[in-house]
Design a protein around this ligand. Structure first.
Ligand code: SF4
Length: 364
């Protein structure tokens, strides 16, 4: 297997509570299992012989749900893959991003935080099943900055049932007040198996979702944030380098319960069954990426980026210029101002990004 990865994702599935919308791989935190989990995780990490990485991402679940001792074990292990300029991100929840966790992160080289703020309305936070208020979130962001973390992402969810434009506008004002360089936005989705799904919560309709998205886009742009990926905004060029690995369809190691990875021509997904994971039965699904699949993944990911991709990269990978391969489709998409073709790049327009699925159908 070819291993050309410069990025490592590590999944910590434990959470102190379960949110109503969550369909990630997660488990209630339990001291009995967390130690065993870390043992198995380190075994899996060692099995890959991972070299120094350009990006490392601790996600979950909630990495900060671990006890301080466990968290230090994890950070110590992950930091052994650090290179000189590695972007080292840790996801955190407001209620367990304590001073001691922040000090540990600082000591072991974490240099980017991603904090699940989600909303500035406490009633929304409650309905999402979050355990913090917006006031708590504000204090935690301040505290993180005092600890020297100047690279902070906050997540914002929009599209709640019954959410008014005024509410969204207040959320954006409040998020802007946090004065962070990166914002990720998510429209509320109701996936099978979640509490919201069982309670028959309805997703926002498509027209409203589009209006709300456009409002977020306009507001964040007016305040100096660049949309560099369809759901991600950065100020001062502070893009999430780790996530760019996914959006540029580059290889990455993924370890931990339910994690997925992409190495050589293999995409794999780990088991979501804790017993199997603890028994070192890690990978549960494998997919060999042939030329056709490679093209699908490439377009699915790269077209999400505001700047799309380089024609040279496409030609190097697929042996043909994108413009030659898709002459007819490009003509039709250009007429509708949905695609932008320059001498060196292919990208979707603002309008094209909004109907990316239908564009992909025309290309694949
Ligand atoms: S949304 Fe995050 S904190 Fe909430 S249950 Fe899911 S993984 Fe845990």
């Amino acid at each position: 297997m070819l291993k050309n990865s410069k990025s490592l994702y590590i999944h910590i599935p434990f959470c102190e509570h379960i949110c109503s919308y969550c369909d990630f791989t997660k488990l209630f935190y339990n001291e009995k299992f967390s130690k065993l989990y870390l043992d198995a995780l380190f075994y899996e990490l060692d099995s890959y012989g991972i070299p120094k990485m350009k990006t490392i991402y601790l996600g979950g679940g909630t990495p900060t749900a671990l006890s301080d001792d466990e968290f230090e074990r994890l950070l110590c292990k992950a930091s052994s893959y650090l290179d000189k300029d590695t972007e080292f991100t840790c996801e955190a929840n407001v209620e367990n991003l304590t001073d001691s966790k922040l000090s540990l992160m600082h000591r072991y080289g974490v240099n980017r935080l991603s904090i699940g703020v989600q909303s500035s309305h406490d009633k929304r936070l409650k309905s999402l099943g979050r355990c913090h208020s917006f006031n708590d979130a504000q204090k935690v962001v301040e505290k993180a900055k005092k600890h020297g973390f100047d690279l902070v992402n906050v997540d914002l969810i929009y599209g709640y049932p019954g959410e008014s434009m005024e509410e969204l506008s207040e959320d954006l004002k409040n998020i802007l007040k946090l004065d962070v360089d990166h914002v990720s936005i998510y429209s509320l989705t109701v996936s099978p198996g979640t509490i919201f799904y069982n309670n028959k919560v309805k997703e926002q309709n498509q027209d409203d979702s589009r209006r709300y998205y456009d409002f977020i886009l306009k507001t964040l742009r007016e305040h100096g944030y660049e949309r560099y990926e369809i759901s991600n905004f950065a100020r001062n060029g502070k893009y999430a380098k780790h996530n760019l690995t996914y959006w540029k369809d580059e290889e990455y190691y993924g370890v931990g319960l339910g994690a997925s990875g992409y190495l050589g021509n293999l995409r794999y997904t780990n088991t979501k069954n804790l017993d199997k994971y603890l028994a070192h039965e890690f990978v549960s699904e494998k997919e060999i990426v042939d030329k056709k699949l490679d093209l699908e993944y490439f377009l699915l990911t790269n077209l999400r980026l505001e700047k799309g991709f380089l024609r040279k990269d496409f030609k190097d990978r697929f042996g043909i210029d994108f413009v030659d391969k898709y002459k007819d489709q490009i003509l039709s998409l250009e007429k509708k101002s949905q695609i932008i073709v320059t001498s060196d790049r292919i990208m979707l327009s603002d309008e094209g990004l909004m109907i990316m699925d239908s564009i992909l159908l025309q290309l694949l």
